[in-house]
Design a protein around this ligand. Structure first.
Ligand code: GAP
Length: 525
């Protein structure tokens, strides 16, 4: 990490504690590695991000519905999803320092005995890497036995697949549509690190968007639109297959990141290479953010085919296919030769898949079901971490400024330039003087008026400059000062008006109290 950036990270961590964004979990007992709490400012920031995600991903759309599933699921879910067998990290032990590390992170993990050295430089002999499953285990009920073993979910996605049929049948939705969910996830990370970036308990924001297989689109539209540079992704179209939907959701997610205040030039895409992709994934793109500790994954958008529903169908024995009348009608127009050509093409593609091939009989059966309008929808999955998003937003907002007061004294101060939409407090409310009851009464009146619509913080302690500075440090975009003009003592024209100061730039406006809530709400968005 470059010196300046590591310094920025230290200052950010210190501000987050000082101003109530993030605390170490169980701090008075020495903390617990990989677990973090959000203080008053952090809880509001997270709630704003969470609400914006929910609003954007479901309420603003006709084609996405929500789900709120349990954290503990039937253990067979995790066998079907592959987590029991393959959700592992390679772990090694150091025979000298006794530390336990991820084998793929030896080069940049500090040695506990010699923190100035990374583990790779520590001369201690390492054990051979072995697979360590990241799922937290628990037991359901009073008996601790293998039959009662359960897991805390390592992702929210699986419950969406498991409840797919219930949602589909109860919600009057049609393919393509999505199910989204927000909730806690737990991973027993070998090396939690970079503050909240890799934690053991965190919150996910996930969407599983279910689409028709490309073969169905071909039957319906005669063609499947291919993505090309500069393609219009603003409006989904009937002839979109998985590739266009994947690009579309990637663009939607990038736009969301920009909308919550992440600068466009701090974001980049990393397309996973063929050998990095999960065997079932058609494509995965990571949205990367320039954190102070390097460019790292913020969220991912994966095209998962029908893998998850297929696995759950096989393991549960319950049919998870949908029936699509339009697809059936489209294939009814095909000749036998056309259908056979499709079967042969799919068999050839399947043979190319090598170990992952399902065999000609299974392929033919899949095609026959499709011709009758039955299929397992394919999935595009934008999957984000709320804690990572909050950290990115905090890091992007952190800024230091120099200001010179009337006496020429220069001061360095911290301003969190949070987007007004995500800022924990939208408006600071300040009576100019706390020992003037008329000012205090008026300020409280303004507070009561605004708090119904906006998160406010009333502060009468210290100089106005100090009060502004305190709000700047938590990113409050507006400060409202109630002064003698508000009381109309000198100039009746200014009665019932207040001074509004903008955090960024310090511009001041004189606004009538009766239009104040609207004026602020319009600027906060
Ligand atoms: N359902 C797909 C899935 O869970 P993932 O890449 O493992 O994919 C998705 O996780 C997102 O969840 C990541 O991009 C990241 O934002 C967040 N995430 C994953 N592990 C995390 C951890 N240990 N701490 C904080 N956030 C994490």
């Amino acid at each position: 990490m470059a010196e300046k950036e590591s310094e920025k990270m230290e200052k950010l961590v210190s501000l987050c504690k000082r101003r109530g964004f993030i605390f170490q979990s169980s701090e008075i007992y020495g903390g617990i590695n990989g677990f973090w709490d959000y203080g008053p400012a952090g809880a509001e920031l997270k709630r704003n991000l969470r609400d914006l995600w929910w609003q954007t991903m479901t309420r603003d759309r006709d084609d996405v519905v929500g789900l709120d599933a349990t954290i503990v699921l039937h253990p067979k879910v995790w066998a079907a999803s592959g987590h029991v067998d393959t959700f592992t990290d390679p772990m090694v032990d150091c025979k000298t320092c006794k530390g336990r590390f991820r084998a793929d992170q030896l080069d940049d993990t500090p040695c506990p005995q010699k923190p100035s050295k990374c583990v790779a430089a520590c001369e201690g002999e390492k054990t051979e890497p072995r697979a360590f499953n990241l799922m937290f285990q628990t037991h359901v009920g009073p008996v601790i036995s293998d039959e009662n073993k359960a897991y805390l979910r390592p992702e929210t996605a699986q419950a969406i697949f498991v409840q797919f049929k219930n949602v589909f049948e109860s919600s009057r939705v049609k393919i393509p549509f999505g199910i989204c969910q927000i909730g806690k996830a737990f991973r027993n990370e070998v090396n939690p690190r970079n503050y909240t970036f890799r934690s053991r308990e965190f919150e996910q924001l996930e969407l599983e968007f279910f689409i028709r297989p490309d073969e169905a689109i071909k039957a319906l539209c005669g063609t499947v639109r291919q993505w090309e540079e500069g393609a219009d992704l603003s409006q989904p179209a009937e002839d979109w297959g998985w590739e266009m939907w994947h690009r579309y959701w990637t663009e939607q997610r990038l736009q969301f990141c920009r909308d919550v205040g992440l600068p466009a030039d701090s974001l980049e895409l990393y397309w996973q290479k063929e050998d990095e992709l999960a065997h079932y994934a058609k494509a995965t793109v990571d949205i990367m953010f320039r954190f102070p500790f390097g460019v790292q994954e913020l969220e991912g958008v994966a095209a998962r085919g029908d893998y998850d529903l297929r696995q759950h169908q096989a393991h549960s024995g319950k049919p998870l296919e949908v029936f699509d009348e339009e697809v059936k009608a489209a294939f009814a127009k095909w000749s036998d030769d056309q259908r056979e050509a499709l079967v042969q093409r799919k068999i050839a593609e399947d043979a190319d898949a090598g170990d992952a091939a399902s065999g000609p009989e299974a392929v033919r059966a899949w095609c026959e079901r499709l011709f009758k309008g039955f299929y397992l929808p394919h999935v595009i999955e934008p999957s984000a971490g709320l804690d990572r998003l909050a950290l990115a937003v905090l890091a992007a907002a952190y800024c230091e400024e120099e200001s010179t007061d009337a006496k020429g004294k220069t001061e360095r101060k911290t301003v969190m330039r949070l987007h007004p939409k995500v800022a924990p407090v939208k408006v600071g409310i300040f009576p100019l003087l706390k020992n003037k009851p008329e000012l205090v009464a008026k300020a409280k009146e303004v507070h009561n008026l605004l708090r119904r619509r906006l998160t406010c913080f009333y502060d009468e302690g210290g100089s106005i400059g100090r009060r502004y500075a305190r709000q700047d440090e938590i990113g409050t975009p507006f400060g409202v000062t109630i002064d003698f003009d508000t009381l109309g003592n000198e100039n009746p024209d200014l009665a019932d008006t207040v001074t509004v100061r903008e955090r960024d730039g310090g511009t001041q406006h004189r606004i009538p109290i009766n239009g104040l809530a609207d004026w602020l709400a319009e600027r906060i968005g």
